[in-house]
Ligand binder design. Sequence first.
Ligand code: SAH
Length: 245
Amino acid sequence: MTNLLPEMAEIWQQTLNWQPTVQQKAQFQKLYELILEANRQLNLTRITDPQEFWEKHLWDSLRGIAPLLLSANFSPAYPALIDIGTGAGFPGIPVTITVPNCTITLLDSTRKKITFLDNILNELALTNAKTLVGRAEEIGQHPQHRLAYDIALIRAVGAASVCAEYTLPLLKQGGLAIIYRGNWTEDETTALQNAVNQLGGVIESIEQFTTPLSHSIRHCVYLRKVANTPANFPRPIGVPTQKPL
Ligand code: SAH
């Protein structure tokens, strides 16, 4: 059985005002095949149908960064990104394929997922990404990583205030955190506001949109780092999830 991803040229164009090149399409297809193959041993994703993979993994990953990186006027010209809790590589790998003029660090606490991603980077000849095994709580206190990134991406890792505590310490002043969410409520905005205040950030915007095939609701929350993050954040391993801000 062959598993071919759909083209969706018009949808890319209409929704993101962008279209993949021939090479990017080939990389998306190869990524899909490698994930399907590895999924037999590793529990990487339950999304295996080609249309669903296209929508929930590829399109969704790129929708979050579309306002920035697909536009020509992004500054700086060579941003440093980190994808925290990247799992099978989402949103980080589609971003790596799409934005060659960035460097991206793919972070996950599970070594076997990172080993899988090393193989993906190799097979897809992606040289602008590197992998890192570790916990966001440790990496955020590491001098090499704290205050080192222009953009931090995080999808499906935890409550929004936990995501804020994982992302904001890693950002440079003026940097942006992008939290990918499904549903979103006013109560979550209130809770997040409180966390973000303590971490030196502000909620810059919250975008709601629907996915183009199944019309599911999604949100992206954009946090801007406007002040120093106090040295005690992120707190030690496990504390952010056990005692969310
Ligand atoms: N972002 C991917 C995977 C989400 S699953 C996607 O949207 O498809 C959550 C992933 O986060 C898992 O792979 C898990 O190993 C990782 N993770 C959870 N807590 C983490 C932490 N504190 N630091 C680093 N990675 C973490």
